[in-house]
Design a protein around this ligand. Structure first.
Ligand code: RIB
Length: 284
């Protein structure tokens, strides 16, 4: 496909430094546990989804905000290495976002995010017209998400982390993607297209509350589930752009999400389209 014919996606979301520690079991409230050495890895739901989308071969532009600090520059360099365009990333006087992540021996995680510069993202000078799809999450200001829903008819919104979203904003989305916890806050019957991810059990596509497609996830030996949901969203968005059927899109996305758990870090195991297709071909 020629460069000019390639569909274009904007990912509007947070770019974070992930500070990751691994321990045997996640601490309960009030408990202190010992962990291994801290790792510094690129992350943020926006950063992860942009890196995944670019790795899948989609022309991807990141709309985010980082601090005027070394971590911001490092994160942008890691995104550019995936092929993502960072020319629309804004700068703020606040520090670049940071996520504090604890991963247990089974690969489960807990995440606390300090949004920093991400909270200053502003769409006033961002032209959305060139994009065939806008993919966003909830680590940016709610106003930004509301504005996206008003300004584009192609918004795929991953409602993570779970935060209140105006019903009108949700109804304007082309697709809403939620995990099972986030979905509890949604009125599925009001949404034209809503996908609920269920971890190792796969995902379900609802249209106005009715099941349209349902797939189970492939069985893999997960090492680290951080960012698997982000890869799911990016992979689903890549299929949305090619107008695949709901079932094929879900199958592609759950497979990509499963493959993303096979290495450490949110961006440590981003699959290409060919890798996902090869996995699907072997499984069929
Ligand atoms: O979805 C995983 C991401 O959530 C991490 O990379 C972290 O930065 C938080 O935003």
């Amino acid at each position: 496909m020629s460069e000019s014919a390639r569909p274009r996606a904007a990912v509007v979301g947070a770019v974070n430094t992930d500070l990751v520690v691994r321990c045997d079991a996640l601490p309960r409230p009030g408990e202190t546990v010992l962990a291994g050495d801290v790792e510094r890895l690129p992350g943020g739901k926006g950063g992860n989804q942009a890196a995944a989308l670019a790795t899948l071969g989609v022309h991807t532009t990141v709309v985010s905000c980082v601090g005027r600090d070394e971590l911001g520059e490092w994160l942008l360099a890691t995104l550019e290495a995936t092929g993502a365009d960072t020319s629309l990333v804004q700068r703020s006087a606040r520090p670049t976002g940071t996520a504090f992540i604890t991963v247990d021996a089974a690969g489960e995680n807990e995440i606390v995010v300090s949004r920093g510069a991400n909270a200053d993202l502003d769409l006033a000078h961002v032209d959305l017209d060139p994009f065939n799809l806008v993919l966003a999450q909830m680590e940016v200001p709610t106003d930004v998400v509301d504005e996206l829903a008003r300004r584009t008819s192609t918004l795929v919104l991953n409602v993570a982390p779970a935060r209140p979203v105006a019903a009108a904003t949700l109804r304007r989305c082309a697709v809403v993607i939620a995990n099972e916890i986030e979905a509890q806050a949604l009125e599925l019957r009001e949404l034209a297209h809503c996908i609920v991810t269920r971890g190792s059990r796969g995902a379900v596509h609802y249209s106005f509350g009715e099941v349209v497609a349902e797939v189970v996830a492939p069985v893999v030996d997960a090492i680290d589930t951080v960012g698997a949901g982000d890869v799911f969203c990016a992979a689903y968005a890549s299929r949305y752009l090619t107008h695949d059927s709901p079932e094929d899109s879900l199958r592609f996305a759950v497979t990509a999400g499963a493959l993303a758990t096979l290495a450490r870090g949110a961006q440590g195991s981003l699959p290409t389209t060919e890798e996902v297709e090869q996995w699907l071909a072997r499984a069929s």
